[in-house]
Design a binder for this molecule. Structure first.
Ligand code: NAD
Length: 435
């Protein structure tokens, strides 16, 4: 058992804190958002993340998980302090390090014996050095700064944290390495890879991983446009390409473009880092451009069929969150798609199993929110699938047909089989699919 403090109780900090508690450590989660703390102390969750709703109250009850705004107390009691606050994009695309540095300064003021400070937030290469310098301004006590980027995916975050492909640790201090090994022993004992490296390589590994994944998606999205033109089917191409061991099947799905709180911001931050270092990252610039194009593609396809003026059209949208199993709307492709359809005059009725509240912040009353998928398509001319929630996989197509006024289906995630739907009379459009 180790005493752990996690500063920042968002998607990453809350999952890390709850999982460390689950692994037997004593964890204090620190946040400066009082509303969030109150929610957590009341045994409720401020975010939707499968698995957390049992894990958080269970570990709180066991006395292994606490929530506080008292950073000083948490740091004093902890052997390891995680910084897991947000690093949102600044205006020029670079990561905004304000929160990270504010926490580093507070941590420095409260070190009275050896501590390991772990930067879990995604931060530009060189940030751990800045954190070290900031802490050193406030203390003469010994401490080590370690980079330990997080690779969890929202929606399956708990599983990812407890069964990671790898744990990347960037450290240049033996004592800190020993602490990190002890902390993660419950996972490495189960076979998780512990990859130790220098701090800057660790910081770079996080950005390079996300940039690679985003690039794969953009690449397949561009290939899907070519498939559409030339009569090939991207789903067949994906199966064929993904079966190559050298390539692998993950992150090859064409769709509405990537979104979320990580890919867009991390790719932009790495491009910015490249500019500052005067190193050309042309592939990444193209990745971003392809993604922007992709977000508009479904709207272009819809207008191509239903007309440029959609003012007499009612469109049912299934899914708002940037992907399934989350309520996160940050950089969600649904925003560009729905705004594009609204701009053309369409009436939008949308349904999402988890993201209604977060979506309301973005769309307000410019769209109508349905209570279930079928309500969203009552009297609709078209059904647009934006997020691949499992509950959309096998709808009652007869009911869908009966509810809709006209029968166009725009499948932004290639979730359905074109042949099945055309056989039932629907006009089906996927992304790069042969109808
Ligand atoms: P988030 O916005 O959900 O949470 C950040 C939390 O930090 C908030 O609760 C906020 O109140 C708190 N905070 C900010 N300043 C604080 C301060 N001074 N003191 C105490 N608390 C403070 O962010 P997130 O999605 O959890 O991301 C955190 C970091 O992890 C980012 O750098 C992100 O890039 C990275 N990351 C995110 C994911 C993901 O899927 N969300 C995955 C891997 C890495």
């Amino acid at each position: 058992m180790m005493n752990v403090a996690v500063v920042g109780t968002g998607y990453v900090g809350l999952v890390a804190g709850a999982c460390f508690a689950e692994l037997g450590h004593k964890v204090t989660c620190v946040d400066n958002n009082q509303a969030k703390l109150e929610t957590l102390r009341a045994g409720r969750l401020p975010i939707y993340e499968p698995g957390l709703e049992e894990m958080v109250p269970k570990n709180a009850k066991r006395g292994r998980l606490h929530f506080t705004d008292d950073l000083a107390g948490a740091v004093s009691a902890a052997e390891v302090v995680f910084i897991a606050v947000g690093t949102p994009p600044d205006e020029d695309g670079s990561a905004d390090l304000r929160h990270v540095m504010a926490v580093a300064s507070h941590v420095g003021q409260n070190i009275h014996e050896f501590k390991v400070i772990v930067v879990k937030s995604t931060v530009p290469i060189g940030t751990c050095d800045k954190v070290r310098a900031m802490i050193a301004e406030h203390t003469t006590h010994p401490f080590a700064v370690v980079s330990n980027p997080e690779f969890l995916r929202e929606g399956v975050a708990v599983g990812d944290f407890l069964h990671p492909d790898r744990i990347v640790v960037g450290a240049d201090n033996d004592r800190a390495v020993e602490v990190m090994r002890r902390l993660y022993r419950p996972l490495t004992a189960e076979g998780a890879k512990f990859i130790l490296m220098d701090v800057r390589s660790s910081e770079m590994t996080k950005y390079a991983s996300n940039a690679m994944l985003a690039t794969r998606i953009s690449f397949m999205n561009e290939v899907s446009a070519l498939c559409e033109k030339l009569g090939a089917d991207i789903e067949n191409v994906r199966r064929g390409v993904g079966a190559d061991d050298r390539i692998g099947p993950a992150f090859l799905k064409a769709g509405v473009g990537y979104g979320g709180s990580c890919f867009p911001k991390d790719v932009a931050a790495l491009i910015r880092t490249g500019q500052e270092a005067e190193v050309n990252l042309g592939i990444l610039e193209a990745t971003v451009k392809a993604n922007e194009t992709q977000k508009g593609r479904l709207v272009t396809i819809i207008k191509g069929e239903l007309g440029q003026d959609l003012s007499s059209k009612k469109i049912g949208v299934w899914g708002l969150a940037f992907k399934s199993q989350t309520d996160d709307m940050r950089e969600a492709p649904s925003e560009a798609i729905i705004k594009g359809l609204l701009a053309a005059g369409a009436e939008i009725v949308a349904y999402d199993p988890a993201a209604r509240e977060t979506a309301e912040v973005i769309f307000g009353d410019t769209i109508t929110y349905a209570a279930d998928p079928y309500q969203a398509i009552e009297g609709a001319d078209a059904l647009v699938l934006v997020t691949e929630w499992a509950e959309f996989t096998a709808p009652d197509w007869e009911r869908v047909w009966a509810l809709m006024r006209d029968h166009s289906i725009y499948d932004g995630r290639n979730l359905w089989e074109p042949r099945d739907l055309t056989a039932q009379g629907f006009r089906y459009h996927g992304i790069g699919r042969k109808a």
